[in-house]
Write a protein that binds this ligand. Sequence first.
Ligand code: A3P
Ligand code: MG
Ligand code: MG
Ligand code: MG
Length: 396
Amino acid sequence: MVNEKLGQGSNLAAAPKSEMRSSGQGDVPSFGTGSSYEDDVAVAIRAVTLASRLCQAVQRKLLSKETQAKADKSPVTVADYGSQALVSWVLQRESLVDRAALRFSMVAEEDSEDLRTEDGSAMLERITQLVNETIAADGSFGPVTLSKDDVLTAIDRGSSPGGPDGRHWVLDPIDGTRGFVRGDQYAVALGLLENGKVVAGVLGCPNLPLASIGPNGAVSSDKSTGCLFAASKGAGTTMHTMDGSLTAQKVHVSDVCDSKWAAFCESYEAAHSKQDLTANIARILGVSAPPIRIDSQCKYGAMARGDAVIYLRFPHAGYREKIWDHAAGSIVITEAGGEVFDAAGKALDFSKGRFLDLEHGIVATNSHLKDAVLAAVQTAIKEEQNVPKGESSSHL
Ligand SMILES: Nc1ncnc2c1ncn2[C@@H]1O[C@H](COP(=O)(O)O)[C@@H](OP(=O)(O)O)[C@H]1O
Ligand SMILES: [Mg+2]
Ligand SMILES: [Mg+2]
Ligand SMILES: [Mg+2]
């Protein structure tokens, strides 16, 4: 029954019970893979689950006045800051327990600069209250109360430059803030880099349906939401329910090998990826299903369980991708058997600091379709370059 429910329309296979356990409210699922990153993944799940609860509480209220615009005009909410503070606090706390505090480094999206201004003080008050309410409701951390200074310090622990050496946590406290504000999809995304490579990742997707969102899953009567994906090097990818109510399941990318049957996913926001170009790539591949457009790294999670077979992301000129937008998602895909690469077919390089260094675009698919998708991407890019300015490549 349990497996049926989690498995509807998705590429899920039951994992041995001894390998995966889940637990109830106030506690978090245990990963238990026997991999060398088992402890890291367990801490990451604990941190992401707690932060996701804070985000869920805020999204339920969705107070638009709690949304600020950053200098680059992207939105940021009390939940972005609160989530970053909580994840940072949990990771730091567990590192202290492990006596590994000196090694602690985190590359995270937000910083506390705006909260330290007079205008930000009411927001800081609200964030501190939310963080303390979330910790208290969880109940497993004992009687702890963070001060406003503790919250600022926790947020600013994310200022590491990252790079090719050592261990760095990589956090997007809310990926898909626009989706979050709209009441749609978002993810709490936490990855772990070791010497420039992603070795573990956890994606909390509080609004993602447990049933497939792919073309074949659209008719499912199961409307339950809240998924968490966890992956670590060599240990595969598992999908958990956000509330820990069902047994976690191993997931695998789709094994479709004819692109005609391959649904693709892309950003909901047209400003984040060129939808003309992706439509042309789909046309070249003979894809007939309409694109699955959702916000955030939920796309990587959905693809890891087979909802879509291809992920296409082609930002408009001048945009530089940040590592926290892809670290957790990419290992969730690769450990589920998929591949993630740029328009030159190169694997993503997370060793260059806070930004990804890549040749235009990010693509993910299964190993059967990699060559065909890459060829279609390169053809579509060439066609785009030959289109006179002002004309759309979809007119070709
Ligand atoms: N012009 C742009 N082009 C591409 N990506 C952009 C962008 N502006 C913002 N983004 C990134 O797109 C992410 C959301 O991804 P998606 O498009 O898959 O929903 C944002 O993450 P945040 O919401 O964490 O800021 C942000 O980092
Ligand atoms: Mg942002
Ligand atoms: Mg993001
Ligand atoms: Mg973000």
